[in-house]
Design a binder for this molecule. Structure first.
Ligand SMILES: *[C@@H]1O[C@H](CO)[C@@H](O)[C@H](O)[C@H]1NC(C)=O
Ligand SMILES: *[C@@H]1O[C@H](CO)[C@@H](O)[C@H](O)[C@H]1NC(C)=O
Ligand SMILES: *[C@@H]1O[C@H](CO)[C@@H](O)[C@H](O)[C@H]1NC(C)=O
Ligand SMILES: *[C@@H]1O[C@H](CO)[C@@H](O)[C@H](O)[C@H]1NC(C)=O
Ligand SMILES: *[C@@H]1O[C@H](CO)[C@@H](O)[C@H](O)[C@H]1NC(C)=O
Length: 759
C-alpha cells in the first residue's frame, strides 16, 4: 500500500478538525454547556459579542471578558440573579425585544462597569429600583415600550449619577409623580413616550438641568388632557433645549395651546415627528410662536390635512426663523393645496430650507422669488425634472441670488448641461449636489458659476468625463458611476471621490497638484464576496468542463438509446436529397423535358434477401419465360432498378436512391425478418424517399412483398412510415407452396403495371 502524501494527511487533519468543531459549536454560535445553559461564542476581536436573533430562552454563557453583549431579539423571559455574574467588565448590554417579563433583583449587581443598558420592547409590567442600584457607571438607559403604568417607588434612578441618556414610557404609562426622577439632574437626551399619560404632577421633569435634546410623545394629552400636556412641556422647555414632539394630531386652534408653555420659555428649536395637522392648527401654531425666537423648525413625517391657507397668520412676527426642514411631507389634497404666496412673512427670513422626499415636482418661480435670503436649498429625493427645474430656478439673476448650497440629489434629472446653464446665474453658489440623478453623459463643455467649489455627481450613470467639470472645483465626488478612467486636469482639487467605478488604473497624479484626499476604495477585502468563478477560475473551469463532459456523455447515451442520431442522420440525408431533387426538377423545367421514367419499379430490399431477388424476382419479371401462360401483354418484360446493379458508381447513395425512385414508376419493398433485424437503416432511407415523392399517393406507388409472414406489430415502432404503409396498402405474400407462386407473380405484375392496364 502506498503511504499517504503530506497533502492527504493535511486534508485528513482538516477534516478531523471540522468534525470536532461541529461537535462543540453548531454553526450559528450556539451550543449547550454541561449545566444545560446554552452559550454564545459570537464575539469579535473587540470582545463585542453579537448574540442577537439566536433563539435563546435564557441568558447564554458568554465569556466574562466580553465588553458588549447584544442579546436583542431572543426569547429570554427572565434574567436570574446569577445569569450575569462575573461580568464586571461589561460595558453594554442589549436585551431589547425579548418578551422579558421578570428580572431578579440582583441580576445586574456585578455589572459595575455597565454604561449602556437597553431593556426596551419587553414585557416588564413593573420596574424595580434594585435592578439599578449597583450600576454606578450607567450612562444610557432605555426602558421604552414596556407595559408599566408608572415608574414606581422608591425612585428608580437614584444612584445613577452618570446617567446622560434616559428613555422611558410606553403605551401603558399613565402616571408620573414628583420624585420619580429624583437623582437625575443632568441629561444629554431625554425621551418620554407618554401617549396615554393621564396624571402628571407638575415639576416631575423640572429638576433636570442642563437638559439636552428632549423627545416627547404626547398624543393623548394633546387631544384630551391639555393641562397635562402643558405641564410636561413647561417642565422641559429651555431656550437651549431642542424639543421634538411625536405622534401629535393637531386639529383645532385649541390643540396647539400646550405649546404656549414652550413659547413662554422662548424655545429656539422645535421639531415634530409623525404629525398630522390642519390649516387652522398651523395658523394657531404660528400665532402661538408669534415673536418667539424660534430659529429652527422641523417636521419629519407630516400629513397636511388642509389646503395651505395659512395667510391668517401673516401679521405674526417670525423674523427669527432661520431654518425650515421638512421630510416625508404628505399633502392629503394636493390639488387644492394653496400656493405659498401669502407666506412672504415667513419665507423672506429663511436662510435654509429643506423639503426632502416629499413628491415636490416643482417649486414655482414666484415662491423662489420670496426666498430672498435663502442660502441653502435642499430638495433632494423629489420629482424635479429638467423642465420644472427651469421654473424653480427662474433663470434670472435676481432670484435666489444668495444661494450657496443647492442640493437636488435623488431627482429624475437627465441633462447635466441644463443644470449647469441654470446654476450659472447663481453667482454665490459654492456647493452643488446632483448625485443620484439620471445623468448619462457629460457635454464637452459647460458654463458654471465661478464660485463653485463642491460638486457631487455620485450615483449617476456617467461613463466618461469631459472638460465640462469646472477647473474651480475643490471637492469632486464621482463615486458610483460607470467611469473607466479619469483624466481631467483640476488644478485646485483637494478631494476626489472615485469609489464604485470601473477603474483599471489610478488617475495620473499630476492632473491634481493640490489633491489631499483620494477615495477610490471598493469594499473592504473581507466583505467582498467574489463568486466562485472569480476565486477559483481554474478549478471552476475544470469542474465545469468535467460536468459538461459528463452531461454530454449522458446526453449522448440517452439520445443513442432513443435513436436520435439515426433520426438526425435521416433528416439530414433527407434534406440534402430533397435539395438535389429540386435542383434536378428545376433543371428539367428549364430544359422543358419530362421526367424520364426509365424503370418500371425500384426494388428496395435487404442485402440478405438478395438471393431471392436475384433468383426469383429478377428472372421472373425481366425475362418472363414462354412457359408462363397468359396474354403476351401481361408477359411484357419489366425493367427493374436494383441498387446493386443500376446505381451509378461514385454517386452518393441517397442521391442514387432518390433519382432511382424518381425514374421508377413503382417502388417494391421486399420485407422479411431480415430487414427488421439488420438492414433497417437502408430500408428506412428508402421509405423516407418514397414518402418524399409519393407522400399522399403512397398507397398506390408502393408495393409491399412479404417474404415471410410479418405483421404490422412485428415492425419496430420507429418505422412508423412502414407501419403506416402496411396498414394502408395490401401486401403480397411470397407463398411457400410452389403451386401458388404463379398466382403471386400474376398479382405482382398486375400491381406493377397498375395504371397501364387502364389505358
Ligand atoms: C393607549 O391609548 C390608545 C389610544 O391612543 C389606546 O388604544 C390604548 O388601548 C391605550 N393603551 C393602554 C395600554 O392603555
Ligand atoms: C403616528 O401617530 C399616530 C397617532 O397620531 C399613531 O397612531 C401612529 O402609530 C404613529 N406612527 C408611527 C410610525 O409612529
Ligand atoms: C379659536 O377659533 C375660534 C373660531 O374658530 C375663535 O373663536 C377662538 O377665539 C379661537 N381661540 C384661540 C385660542 O385662538
Ligand atoms: C444632499 O442630500 C443628500 C441626501 O439627502 C445628502 O446625503 C447630501 O449630503 C446633501 N448634500 C449637501 C451638499 O448637503
Ligand atoms: C455625495 O452624495 C452622496 C449621495 O447623496 C453622499 O452619500 C456623499 O456623501 C456625497 N459626497 C460628498 C463628498 O459630500
Amino acid at each position: 500500500m502506498r503511504r499517504p502524501t503530506s497533502c492527504q494527511l493535511a486534508l485528513l487533519l482538516l477534516f478531523l478538525n471540522l468534525c470536532r468543531g461541529q461537535g462543540s459549536d453548531s454553526g450559528d454560535g450556539r451550543s449547550d454547556s454541561g449545566d444545560g445553559r446554552s452559550s454564545c461564542h459570537r464575539c469579535d476581536s473587540h470582545l463585542s459579542c453579537n448574540c442577537s436573533h439566536g433563539g435563546f430562552t435564557h441568558i447564554p454563557v458568554v465569556t466574562d471578558r466580553a465588553l458588549t453583549i447584544d442579546l436583542s431579539c431572543n426569547a429570554i423571559a427572565t434574567v436570574m440573579d446569577d445569569d450575569l455574574m462575573g461580568h464586571t467588565r461589561l460595558r453594554a448590554l442589549d436585551l431589547h425585544g425579548n418578551g422579558l417579563a421578570a428580572i431578579q433583583p440582583s441580576a445586574f449587581d456585578s455589572l459595575w462597569s455597565l454604561e449602556e443598558l437597553d431593556l426596551s420592547d419587553n414585557q416588564l409590567a413593573a420596574l424595580n429600583y434594585r435592578w439599578f442600584r449597583k450600576l454606578e457607571a450607567l450612562q444610557q438607559l432605555n426602558l421604552l415600550s414596556n407595559p408599566y403604568s408608572c415608574l414606581g417607588s422608591p425612585p428608580l434612578f437614584q444612584g445613577l449619577i452618570q446617567l446622560r441618556r434616559l428613555a422611558f414610557g410606553g403605551p401603558a404609562l399613565e402616571e408620573l409623580r414628583r420624585g420619580d426622577l429624583s437623582g437625575v439632574t443632568q441629561l444629554e437626551e431625554l425621551t418620554v413616550h407618554a401617549n396615554n399619560l393621564t396624571r402628571y404632577e407638575s415639576g416631575t421633569l423640572a429638576d433636570i438641568w442642563p437638559l439636552g435634546r428632549v423627545t416627547l410623545s404626547l398624543h393623548g394629552p394633546f387631544l384630551t388632557n391639555m393641562p397635562v400636556a402643558s405641564a410636561v412641556l413647561g417642565d422641559v422647555s429651555y431656550p437651549e433645549t431642542p424639543i421634538t414632539l411625536e405622534d401629535l394630531h393637531l386639529i383645532g386652534n385649541w390643540s396647539v395651546q400646550p405649546l404656549r408653555e414652550s413659547a413662554r420659555k422662548r424655545i429656539r428649536h422645535l421639531s415634530f415627528r409623525n404629525l398630522s395637522v390642519s390649516d387652522e392648527a398651523v395658523v394657531s401654531l404660528l400665532v402661538v410662536v408669534d415673536g418667539v425666537p424660534i430659529t429652527y423648525l422641523s417636521v419629519d413625517g407630516i400629513t397636511l390635512t388642509g389646503e395651505g391657507r395659512w395667510e391668517k397668520a401673516s401679521y405674526t412676527d417670525q423674523r427669527s426663523i432661520d431654518e425650515f426642514f421638512a421630510q416625508d411631507v404628505v399633502v392629503l389634497d394636493v390639488f387644492k393645496f394653496f400656493s405659498l404666496l401669502d407666506l412672504k412673512f415667513l419665507l423672506q427670513y429663511l436662510r435654509r430650507v429643506s423639503v426632502i422626499n416629499s413628491k415636490v415636482f416643482v417649486m414655482p418661480c414666484i415662491t423662489s422669488k420670496l426666498l430672498v435670503n435663502l442660502q441653502y436649498l435642499d430638495l433632494s429625493d423629489n420629482l424635479l425634472t429638467d423642465l420644472t427645474l427651469v421654473e424653480t430656478l427662474c433663470g434670472d439673476h435676481e432670484t435666489l441670488k444668495e444661494l450657496r448650497v443647492l442640493n437636488i440629489s435623488g431627482n429624475p434629472l437627465k441633462s447635466l448641461s441644463t443644470v449647469s446653464r441654470l446654476v450659472t446665474k447663481l453667482s454665490k453658489l459654492t456647493h452643488l449636489d446632483v448625485s443620484r440623478t439620471g445623468y448619462i453623459s457629460m457635454p464637452p463643455s459647460c458654463p458654471w458659476p465661478s464660485t463653485l467649489r463642491h460638486l457631487n455627481i455620485s450615483g449617476a450613470k456617467l461613463t466618461t468625463t469631459t472638460p465640462c467639470l469646472p477647473a474651480t472645483l475643490e471637492v469632486l465626488d464621482l463615486s458610483n458611476n460607470n467611469l473607466r478612467g479619469f483624466t481631467q486636469h483640476l488644478p485646485v482639487l483637494r478631494e476626489l471621490h472615485l469609489s464604485g467605478n470601473k477603474f483599471l488604473s489610478l488617475p495620473p497624479g499630476q492632473l491634481f497638484p493640490n489633491l489631499q484626499t483620494l477615495t477610490i476604495h471598493g469594499e473592504p477585502v473581507g466583505r467582498v464576496h467574489l463568486s466562485i468563478v472569480t476565486c477559483h477560475r481554474v478549478l471552476f473551469v475544470s469542474v465545469s468542463c468535467g460536468l459538461v463532459l459528463v452531461v454530454g456523455v449522458l446526453l449522448g447515451v440517452f439520445l443513442w438509446r432513443l435513436h436520435a442520431f439515426w433520426y438526425l442522420k435521416m433528416t439530414w440525408a433527407w434534406l440534402k436529397a430533397k435539395h438535389s431533387s429540386r435542383c434536378r426538377q428545376r433543371h428539367r423545367v428549364i430544359e422543358g423535358s419530362e421526367a424520364l421514367l426509365s424503370f418500371d419499379a425500384f426494388v428496395s430490399y435487404s442485402e440478405r434477401d438478395a438471393g431471392w431477388v436475384e433468383n426469383f424476382l429478377v428472372p421472373e419479371l425481366e425475362e418472363p419465360s414462354e412457359s408462363d401462360s397468359g396474354d403476351p401483354r401481361t408477359l411484357r418484360s419489366l425493367t427493374l432498378c436494383l441498387h446493386k446493379r443500376d446505381f451509378l458508381p461514385g454517386h452518393w447513395i441517397v442521391d442514387n436512391i432518390m433519382s432511382a425512385m424518381e425514374r421508377s414508376r413503382r417502388t417494391v419493398f421486399i420485407l422479411s425478418e431480415n430487414f427488421v433485424q439488420s438492414d433497417w437503416c437502408r430500408y428506412e432511407l428508402d421509405f423516407s424517399h418514397f414518402w418524399l415523392f409519393d407522400g399522399h399517393a403512397g398507397g398506390e406507388a408502393a408495393i409491399l412483398v412479404l417474404l415471410e409472414p410479418l405483421s404490422k406489430d412485428d415492425v419496430p415502432k420507429r418505422f412508423y412510415k412502414l407501419r403506416k404503409l402496411m396498414s394502408s396498402t395490401t401486401y403480397l405474400e411470397w407463398p411457400r407452396e410452389e403451386e401458388r407462386r404463379p398466382e403471386f407473380w400474376r398479382s405482382l405484375r398486375k400491381a406493377l403495371r397498375g395504371g397501364d392496364e387502364d389505358d
